[in-house]
Design a protein around this ligand. Structure first.
Ligand code: ADP
Ligand code: MG
Length: 386
């Protein structure tokens, strides 16, 4: 329980604080931009959290405060729409709108205060963390029986329909279904998943946040989704495939012949190879083949840089200097366009790795990166406030 957050709630609202909620963020080991192409991903929840204290109001207003934001957002449950003046509040508000769209009656308003140590808009999915958290809050406070998978799907519906990002389900699944020390092998074709023990042997997983702020809604994210859809339409004229993830690596020469546009073909090549990399990575982990795992992680970054063109100069520079300063593997994680990356290093090298990276990155960009060891953790949680 975060007592400072509880105190902040009492200062901000007159209602009784009833419950305390917490939601992690996520990394993705491999399988990037595959989720909205109905492909494979291998994410895990990590222990940076958005926390919330929640109470019940006597009217029908949802009042939202975030210790990270100055704007307090108060909206009537009967009048929720995505408005620019709601700013960050449009994320949590979307959950209430989506539940009502699905036909649920929400009989009373809520006061909610959020605190977060998740880097915001940095590729570790603070948006999905906030959405899953709010969906979980609503399911508990309104007694709507939703399991963790349904929470993820509700949050995903909200992010796509209410917030307008044409994203896949990976972020919402990783956070809602997170399990200590496990990675989630997610197949976005049917949203099925298995928990996997991924072993890095004597290497440790590090997260590097570039601290280059970007808004995904304003980034070329939706453009990549559209490019994939255009390429799929061309392929579907000749072949019976439901998504780019139905295409095998051995089908790529056939795709090259069909797709005249070089850029579109590169997008397809990334998706097809990336799905195969996920399969190969899980297989390599099962057989203890760390060399192949390292190779696949680096290859994934190169493919996202050269074929999918989403890494950007900051993450490419981090990739370059990470390998120079002792990382065995390094790749961007999440959507890219700035954001974060992950690396595998020897734990005893962590201090010098962090110092070297920080120094070089500050020298070049005058921005301090955030670097920490990843701790894979459980997903959503709730506690009563006595
Ligand atoms: P990412 O999901 O990679 O962190 P996005 O651009 O998808 O980045 O989402 C970031 C947005 O989510 C922020 O601009 C803000 O609107 C919202 N958000 C995330 N965390 C918080 C928080 N703790 N308080 C308020 N808003 C938040
Ligand atoms: Mg996001």
């Amino acid at each position: 329980m975060n007592t400072k957050l509880l105190e902040a709630y009492k200062k901000s609202f007159n209602t009784k604080p009833l419950k305390y909620f917490s939601s992690p963020c996520r990394i993705n080991l491999i399988g990037e931009h595959t989720d909205y192409n109905k492909g494979l991903a291998l994410p895990a929840a990590i222990s940076k959290y958005i926390q919330a204290v929640v109470g019940i109001r006597s009217d029908r207003k949802i009042s939202l405060k975030s210790l990270e934001k100055s704007k307090v957002v108060t909206v009537d449950l009967d009048n929720i729409s995505n408005k620019p003046e709601n700013r960050w509040g449009n994320y949590p508000l979307g959950i209430f709108a989506t539940l009502q769209k699905r036909g649920y009656k929400l009989p009373f308003g809520l006061d909610i205060i959020f605190y977060s140590n998740v880097p915001i808009a940095s590729g570790l999915s603070s948006s999905a963390s906030l959405l899953d958290l709010t969906a979980f809050i609503a399911s508990i406070m309104y007694d709507i029986p939703l399991d963790k998978k349904e929470i993820a799907l509700l949050a995903h519906q909200s992010e796509t329909e209410f917030n307008g990002l044409l994203c896949g389900v990976m972020d919402e699944f990783a956070i809602a279904l997170g399990k200590k020390d496990k990675c989630i092998l997610l197949d976005c074709k049917d949203n099925s998943f298995t928990y996997e023990d991924i072993s890095f042997q004597d290497l440790s997983l590090v997260v590097i946040v570039s601290n280059v702020r970007r808004s995904l809604i304003a980034s070329p994210y939706n453009k990549r989704v559209e490019e994939c859809n255009s390429a799929l339409k061309i392929i579907q004229k000749q072949f019976d495939v439901a998504s780019l993830s139905d295409i095998k690596v051995s089908d790529l020469p056939m795709c090259r012949k069909l797709i005249k546009d070089d850029v579109l073909y590169k997008r397809v090549r990334h998706i097809v190879n990336e799905n195969q990399r996920v399969r190969d990575f899980v297989k390599a982990s099962k057989s203890g083949d760390i060399r192949s795992m390292i190779h696949l992680l680096n290859e994934s970054h190169e493919s996202l840089r050269d074929d999918y063109e989403v890494t950007g100069e900051y993450l490419d520079y981090i990739h370059e200097i990470s390998l120079k300063y002792g990382a065995f593997a390094e790749r961007m994680t999440g959507a890219g366009f700035g954001g974060s990356s992950i690396a595998l290093i020897k734990q005893r090298d962590f201090k010098s790795f962090k110092e070297n990276l920080t120094r070089d990155y500050i020298n070049k960009y005058h921005i301090k990166p955030t670097i920490f060891l990843a701790d894979i953790c459980d997903g959503l949680s709730v506690e009563d406030i006595k």
